[in-house]
Write a protein that binds this ligand. Structure first.
Ligand SMILES: C[S@@+](CC[C@H](N)C(=O)[O-])C[C@H]1O[C@@H](n2cnc3c(N)ncnc32)[C@H](O)[C@@H]1O
Length: 223
């Protein structure tokens, strides 16, 4: 059955927090060439409008949150949640420098329990973060996002993907993930199926290649 073959996550949340704290200042140097283009593609498909209220989960160094804050304009509101205080500090500095901190609220915490009211957001965005949650937690995170989205709200997610079967390269990557889960922490998931199972209506899906590895961009809607 889809989902049962995804590698489990052995790292604790505390270990994840410490890991991202340690790399927060250098993260952009090694992750940006690999991930940023696809995060931007997802934001384009999410089509954020002026005045909207938008949530980003696992905002990292804040490069997408900066773009979200520009898209919503002065009348909009953005919130971000990340487990790492180090990442939060890097993002706070980025947004302050860009003069955008007045329209953004940052939270440090675990996205499996979102500190927001029901029906708050027009859109939510997750870039290379959903695949860090252990398999039983992925539906929980998606249910939490659905709870805080307004009816008709959109969710845009980009992640490594297992939807199109396995290549030798993917098998090699998964082997490396199992051997060194603390260093190679993202692993491919069934993204579209996870959104469908969580009750989202799929609006679009795009296959991408991440240095030869399969990835997926899915836009879902809370019906
Ligand atoms: C692989 S990075 C991706 C960062 C950013 N979204 C990007 O595309 O550059 C994953 C981010 O998710 C955060 N994170 C990991 N586990 C989390 C959790 N349980 N709740 C909230 N954020 C989490 C990490 O601190 C890190 O900033």
């Amino acid at each position: 059955m889809k989902g049962q073959d995804i590698s489990p996550v052995s790292r604790t949340k505390e270990e994840a927090r410490r890991c991202y704290d340690r790399i927060s200042r250098v993260y952009d140097y090694f992750a940006a060439p690999f991930e940023r283009k696809y995060a931007q593609m997802t934001l384009e498909r999410l089509s954020i409008q002026e005045g909207e209220t938008v949530l980003e989960i696992g905002f990292g160094t804040g490069h997408c949150l900066e773009r979200i804050a520009q898209s919503i304009g002065q009348s909009g509101r953005a919130c971000g949640i990340d487990i790492s205080p180090g990442m939060l500090e890097v993002t706070r500095r980025r947004l302050s420098k860009a003069g955008l901190m007045d329209r953004v609220t940052l939270h440090c915490g675990d996205a499996a329990n979102l500190p927001y009211e029901d029906n708050t957001f027009d859109a939510a965005f997750i870039s290379f973060t959903l695949e860090l949650f252990d398999t039983p937690e992925i539906p929980r995170v998606l249910a939490e996002v659905k709870r805080v989205l307004k009816a008709g709200g959109r969710l845009g997610v980009v992640s490594m993907s297992r939807e199109n079967g396995q290549s030798k390269l993917l098998r090699l990557y998964e082997w490396a993930h199992c051997k060194w889960p603390r260093y190679i922490d993202c692993r491919p998931i069934y993204l579209e199926q996870s959104l469908k199972n969580a009750g989202y209506e799929i609006k679009s899906k795009t296959k991408v290649r991440l240095l030869g590895l399969p990835g997926e961009i899915v836009i879902g809607m809370k019906a």
